[in-house]
Design a protein around this ligand. Sequence first.
Ligand code: GDP
Ligand code: MN
Length: 386
Amino acid sequence: MKLLEYEGKDVFARYGIPTLKRCGVIRIGDSPDGLALDGKGPWVVKAQVLAGGRGKAGGVKLAKTAAETREVAGKMLGMKLVTHQTQGKALTVEEVLVEEACDIAREIYISVVLDRRAGAPSVIASAEGGMSIEELAAGHPEKIIRVPVDAEAGLLEFQARQLAFDLKIPKKNFSDFTEFAKSLVRVFIENDASLVEVNPLVLTADEKLVAIDSKIVTDDNALFRHKDQAAKPDHEASDIEREAKGIGINYIGLDGDIGCMVNGAGLAMATLDTVKMAGGDAANFLDVGGGANVEQITKAFQIILKDPKVKAVLVNIFGGIMKCDNIASGVVEASKKVGLAVPLVVRLEGTRVNEGKEILARSGLKLEQADSLWEAAQKAVAAARR
Ligand code: GDP
Ligand code: MN
């Protein structure tokens, strides 16, 4: 799950990581009058969307007076934002964060990521913050510092000090920085994060160290350990994805028009690839789970058909524990229940596959069967084009 900037900063606050003074978060429908603009300014107004690069796209604005801040914040709410990280899509700004702005002397990049090669969390840092770290890594890999961290011990004092030296942190901020770096690693480990990023970490004109941005991505599989996070809305999930999650179906919406119902995550991935190879695009990833019974298949059909882009449905189920004849009966009953109106292609394989195919053939449903995944994908692509 990705956290919004202000949610990430709430986590930072619990770890004593310094951030800018918050004047409020307003949502669509809220009046900017609710913002606590009692300081002397300037203020920074920030679109709360799950994408970086907001600064360059007009999602981060400085304002000098309280009146200007309210105006900018009001205008930003509801705005469509396209940044270099949104893949051409526009995100609607539903929430805006307003903080007391700081005067920036230096911007530093620092993050903690899961380094699969090292098999450990790693701190990634660069004295050149603010800009896109991807560009820096491509053009000047020597400017990127990597420090592998022991997940049990966290960032050790000597590692934090070495990092401070390498980033040329001034003496005055040295111990603040080492405390910050150690806390950042604790945020990563204790919250089961896959990414914790501060870009930029700032040295202000009045010589303070402040995290002015936050990006935290946590591992959904560890949500059971974090009740507070689990209770929060997943800003990234679509309505269909939220509904699927609620009924225990593993569903991720995609951009294509072929709805896919598969059992097992690996087979679902292979199905998406095969559809792509056959010249089509899947509308979703869907894993119905182990017990592909009528109820679960009905629910899965209902979820798939909620996406108006779906022009054909491809069912690719391997009957292992569940036998193919049971699955076939389930598919037939579920299709009738939901009144399936789009073309259906079914590929079954596994135990009692012939009996399963018989049931499908005699069902009276308008469906096509396939003996292989390749054949099924080709038939589904053709059906979606008709
Ligand atoms: P991002 O573009 O989505 O990563 O958003 P950031 O929160 O990182 O802000 C983008 C840029 O806006 C920063 O790199 C800063 O240069 C600038 N910025 C953000 N907050 C402040 C602030 O309080 N004061 C000043 N002077 N600039 C800021
Ligand atoms: Mn940033």
